[in-house]
Ligand binder design. Sequence first.
Ligand SMILES: Nc1nc2c(ncn2[C@@H]2O[C@H](COP(=O)(O)OP(=O)(O)O)[C@@H](O)[C@H]2O)c(=O)[nH]1
Ligand SMILES: [Mg+2]
Length: 172
Amino acid sequence: MAFVGRSNVGKSSLLNALVGKKGLARVSGTPGKTRLVNVFRLPALYLVDLPGYGFARASKVDRAGFRRLLNGYVEHRDSLAGVVWLLDSRRALSTDDQEVRALLAASGRPVLAVLTKLDKLGRAAAQDRMAALAAELGLAVDELQPTSIVSGEGIAELGESILAVADQGTPS
Ligand SMILES: Nc1nc2c(ncn2[C@@H]2O[C@H](COP(=O)(O)OP(=O)(O)O)[C@@H](O)[C@H]2O)c(=O)[nH]1
Ligand SMILES: [Mg+2]
């Protein structure tokens, strides 16, 4: 399963929360830090932390390189069971998000849409943002998985969903 999302969305934090090991994936206050593909081997599957996109200070060459990496991974990686796509619950979709969304849709891969940092919103604001993002994505609200590494909300549920997708992706 590959983890995809803009820089600073909380990918590494979520990977650590899922695996239950702080510091396994490098969490950073500095956007654009993860420039390598980090792979975490679990008993049932591999979790792949792809570099974040949309980092404002990244060079054109870096951006193009990232785009090639993501395209190649999503379109050609035979062993890819699915994609966990992270969106910040507080933000509207960026242009990069829109492009990645089109790429994921075109790939036909199973996609788990995850909202991060729900603890930063109050209950009413969280409901509003989830409805707005669902509408923007053309999804039902219950197709978005809200998460927070602070409260632990949604981590176990996401783990279950990942295992279910990985299971379906395993050749028999
Ligand atoms: N409050 C809060 N902060 C978070 C959450 N997830 C990540 N962060 C913070 O967001 C920043 C970026 O996280 P990181 O995992 O490095 O993002 P990445 O660039 O997508 O890998 C760090 O300061 C994290 O502590 C969350 O659920 N709640
Ligand atoms: Mg990271």
